[in-house]
Design a protein around this ligand. Sequence first.
Ligand code: NAD
Length: 708
Amino acid sequence: MDYAETSTALLEDRWDEVHAADLSPEALLLYRSNLLGSDKRVTNYGGGNTSSKLAEIDPLTGETVAVLWVKGSGGDIGTMKLDGFSTLYSDRLVGLQALYKGPEHEDAMVGLYPHLTFNLNPRATSIDTPLHGLISHPHVDHVHPDAIIAIAASADSERLTREIFGGEIGWVPWRRPGFELGLWLKRFVDENPGAKGVVLEAHGLFTWGQTQRDCYGTTIRTINRAVAWLADQSRGHAAFGGEKVAALPVAERRAIAAALMPQIRGLIGLHGVDGKIATKIGHFDDSPVVLEFIGSHALSTLAPLGTSCPDHFLRTKIAPLVIDFVPGRETLYDILPRLEPAIAAYRAGYAAYYERCKRPDSPAMRDANAVVYLIPGVGMITFASDKATARIASEFYTNAINVMRGASSVSTYRGLPEQEAFDIEYWLLEEAKLSRMPRPKTLAGKVVLITGGAGGIGMATARRLADEGACVVICDIDRTVLDQSQTMLRLKYGADAAVGLWVDVTSEDAVIALYAEAAIAFGGVDICVSNAGIASAAPIEDTTLALWDRNMSILATGYFLVTREAFRMMKTQKSGGSIVVVASKNAMVASPGASAYCVAKASEVHLARCLALEGAAHGIRANVVNPDAVLRGSRIWEGEWGAQRAASNKTNRQDLERVYIERSMLKRGVYPEDIAEAIAFFAAEDRSGKSTGNIINVDAGHAPSFSR
Ligand code: NAD
């Protein structure tokens, strides 16, 4: 593919005059911002900012004053609401120039911005505020389009900018965002009254307008000119010097990624002084854009140069880790021994970069592991503290690939100089932002796999553990209910938090494939809740071999297969793990008329003990939760089992719950959420890290089931 083939699509002007006509100036600013941010070709997630200087009534004086509305710290212009803007007295911001002591003191200016707040708006101001506030134009857009950054990251970006835009769009050399860059932009605007915007070297685009509509239109037109020019210039040139190695077929790519992700995860977990390991969540991408880059001749020269736009490298680290692999000639077994040395070398390289660039007041070195892992012919794997961050890092590196493709097709691509990159990465203001982040939840960075996840206890457990920040894999044999359950979880916790995968736990192949899919979805599995089940009742002489085998295959063999694969994956990840076996009261005490079920359930408890014995050396814990009489939400009770239990208790199905409540010592009903609570206890290392081989009964008290 050449560059022109992949990147000629022009942006549409999506401004709707009819819709815009009824909007207040503030709502119009939000409309403009959301419109720009909704197209990732205009700006990356969380990247860029927009502003308007609007007339407002000052609550202190009743007079009309100019107020700068500018996207505040954090947030994303595509999805932000009005409360995402900070508001500042415009003239007071301009007045700060009198206090400015020069570039070495520019960070101190940030502490003054809160003093300029208009109308007690609590939204924190961003460091980009002076870039908007010091220029006089009423409406300003700052975005990070791949096509513009491709120009901005070219060795001769000033010349290219002039060639493409003439005098209409100017050029400003690289300078990290802050008060000084604001002054540079102001000088440019004062000296070039006819200009409509400016390309910031190695960074992005600023555009402005007298009206909101003008400003939006200029942004779209400017990007489109860059897109068209790049396509024109590079037509006929093979992108990235052409293909060096072909991508593997999709099934092979995924099989290799599934095997590598838990291995990498095991090598990059952060070991705390308390012996705990902070695990990361993974994301896999084998889109055509990625495959083209990682299979190209230019991979080995471009990847080490790192990314250019500050947003890109803050998310992806200064450079990716390329793992040597010759697809087609080598296999997974050639890659595996290379992982550990490659990861160690990356860490050493990062530590050396830190040592070379650190300043006397730099914060301590952060995690030295790579975020982005590129495997030729296979794809890109990213790891971060949570799924959204890993996915977004992958999207940002895809932006960086687009930038490199554009820049290298018309010029020489240049990453940001190392010291500049370091100064942004370890900027004290960036450190302050990180320290304001909320403490991670108990199960952040953990992946839980729940079999029978679409059932009553399974879904209650999924919700309970997702509430604690875990990524959830629910798996079930019932596709319809599984789809509904995945939708429910995603609606509540977001698309990144949960995935539903089909499995029949009685099939060895299906269970192995399930773990491979879980590894691709999140990088591995840390907590396994073996829960998929059925119930059956029949007197012993009426228990057919088929009924016996069905119970054994789902409840004994199924639990074995599911926990064995969990055990294997946990060993690979080298970060311990928790296996929770959802057995039954019937595992502790036999009930008449349910021999197949009781025996199969009893075997689960013993399986858990065996897992606890063999797992201890690897930090893998195994414990049992025994539910009893969880009628609500459970699909087991909807069928024959409910009717038979009612008959054997000489009652009807409606009164059965009351019978069980009466039978319990505490006279209380047991619900799926109660079982989920006990599972959550065993799941979390923080709470039950010193418990293995244990049993919790959740049955409102049933003396015969006391464990002895
Ligand atoms: P449920 O029927 O609501 O959920 C069980 C889920 O397992 C269902 O979604 C079902 O589709 C799935 N499943 C069945 N066979 C499967 C297979 N071969 N492969 C994959 N998935 C399969 O029932 P529940 O009450 O949530 O039960 C969960 C677990 O709790 C079961 O192991 C059950 O034996 C145990 N348990 C429940 C109770 C109770 O009173 N509800 C009491 C004791 C033990």
